[in-house]
Design a protein around this ligand. Structure first.
Ligand SMILES: Nc1nc2c(c(=O)[nH]1)N[C@H]1C(S)=C(S)[C@@H](COP(=O)(O)OP(=O)(O)OC[C@H]3O[C@@H](n4cnc5c(N)ncnc54)[C@H](O)[C@@H]3O)O[C@H]1N2
Ligand code: MOO
Length: 426
């Protein structure tokens, strides 16, 4: 009997309501990964302005860090070969070597020279003694031997040598990367153009701006500022398409605009199968809907499709589901489109501070935060409209597709918001 069921269906089918094919999260992610490629061109930018940009080509060190051997401390330098065990006494030479003011000469063997942190080691100096470890009357330096050869010195290029690859293509530049590139004499980098991502909210009940009046049956569009700011935090260029009523022509016109102005589109609302769920219907009619019943909670009505060649992520309307699906699905996909490559969040195994039993069939994400004891608490409600829980949380607990019965102290997987490449909450 099993042989009669096509393998795809067998993989997709979970212990979920019959009549619908539920795609497991891992498979939906695999499908997305296989389907997407970088879409952005490249441009050259100054390193100082390159924070958050994605390298389109490896960055190579134009000079070594450090460029010359130098002293790691304030102290006295000399040739190690002239020293030995016991108390050492070396005559002090005239002059000094300071950062930016190198000693102009060669230090004779057997003499010592005042040297400061960051100063180039003059010829004749290969070892430095810390000033706190010696005594001097201004004429002679005394310290206890033996001292290790090359003590308190830094080799030229010990960090990165000239010509070495400093950072690979696909790297999303951090503040530390800007320091590294600058130290290596790299003034300009070739980066991917910023990915433009359009955001469209759908729903006749929506009022676009909380400064406007809203009737009791209307609600403010909470998803749009959330998604636009999330995208900006990921280093993309958000394109605000505003909001559409539950009218197919209006949604289609705005998707057209999104496809013309952006490299990808996020919509929210209308992703389910109700009478007014036009986003999933339109995307289905376009013939490119790839998977839209995903075995995830919250967020099972997620539509993944192409609109005029531009990928569309039809997120569910409930804000909790919209954010969860944006973090889990849209982020790795958009990073791939942007040239940064497929990236999944790094989770941590921590003890649960909660109790929860779940059935097999759906991967679940709970709004969560660590307590002072390092265990993870979950929000009191799993309601998908409870936006306050998103604010309360500092991350998500991921529960596996399989059934589980979690008791306090059991290990669970915690994904801090920061592991999704943004810092917020707390
Ligand atoms: N028969 C079924 N009904 C529903 C299913 C299902 O599988 N079968 N799934 C439920 C789940 S789970 C979710 S989530 C919602 C998502 O459906 P839609 O994507 O079609 O979303 P809407 O119906 O348009 O809206 C859901 C909810 O969210 C509010 N919303 C929508 N947009 C916004 C916004 N921009 N800001 C704030 N709140 C928004 C909307 O008013 C609704 O209350 O479907 C379930 N039903
Ligand atoms: O996505 Mo719905 O909000 O799972 O509950």
């Amino acid at each position: 009997m099993t042989a009669l069921i096509p393998p795809r269906l067998r993989n997709d089918t979970f212990a979920m309501p019959q009549g619908v094919t539920w795609v497991p999260v891992a498979e939906a992610l695999d499908r997305l990964r296989a389907a997407l490629h970088p879409v952005t061109g490249t441009e050259d930018v100054a390193v100082a302005c390159a924070m958050g940009r994605v390298l389109a080509a490896p960055a190579t060190a134009r000079r070594s860090n450090p460029p010359l051997p130098n002293s790691a401390v304030d102290g006295y330098g000399f040739a190690h070969a002239a020293t030995g065990d016991g108390v050492q006494r070396l005559p002090l030479a005239e002059g000094r070597s300071a950062a930016g003011q190198p000693f102009d000469g060669v230090l004779p063997q057997g003499q010592a020279l005042r040297i400061l942190t960051g100063a180039v080691l003059p010829e004749g100096v290969d070892t430095v003694v810390l000033e706190e470890d010696c005594a001097t009357d201004g004429q002679t330096l005394a310290f206890d031997g033996p001292i290790k050869p090359r003590a308190n010195t830094r080799k030229a290029g010990e960090d990165v040598a000239q010509g070495e690859q400093a950072l690979p293509a696909g790297r999303m530049l951090s503040p530390a990367d800007l320091a590294l590139l600058t130290a290596l004499g790299v003034a300009q980098v070739t980066v991917h153009r910023r990915l433009r991502v359009a955001v469209l909210s759908t729903g006749t009940e929506l009022i676009p701006d909380p400064a406007l009046p809203a009737a009791p049956h209307q609600i403010y569009d909470a998803n749009r500022p959330m998604l636009l700011s999330l995208l900006a935090g990921w280093g993309f260029q958000p394109v605000d398409l505003g909001h559409a009523l539950d009218e197919p022509d209006q949604i289609a016109a705005l998707l057209d605009r999104g496809a013309a102005e952006a490299d990808a589109i996020l919509t929210s609302g209308g992703a389910s199968a109700g009478d007014e769920d036009h986003v999933s219907k339109l995307l289905g009619d376009s013939g490119t809907l790839t998977s839209w019943r995903i075995a995830i909670k919250p967020g099972r009505p997620l539509a993944l499709a192409m609109w005029q060649g531009v990928p569309v992520f039809g997120l569910p309307g409930n804000p909790v589901a919209a954010l969860t699906c944006a973090l889990i699905f849209a982020r790795p996909a958009l990073l791939t489109l942007s040239g940064a490559g497929w990236r999944l969040p790094q989770g941590y195994t921590v003890p649960a501070a909660f109790q929860k039993r779940k059935k097999a069939g759906r991967r679940e994400y709970l709004r969560a935060r660590l307590n002072e004891g390092g265990a993870v608490e979950v929000f009191q409600s799993e309601g998908s409209g409870r936006i306050s829980g998103l604010s309360w949380a500092t991350g998500l607990v991921e529960l596996p597709d399989e059934a589980c019965d979690i008791a306090p102290g059991d290990p669970v997987r915690f994904l801090p918001y920061g592991s999704f490449g943004v810092s917020f909450g707390g």
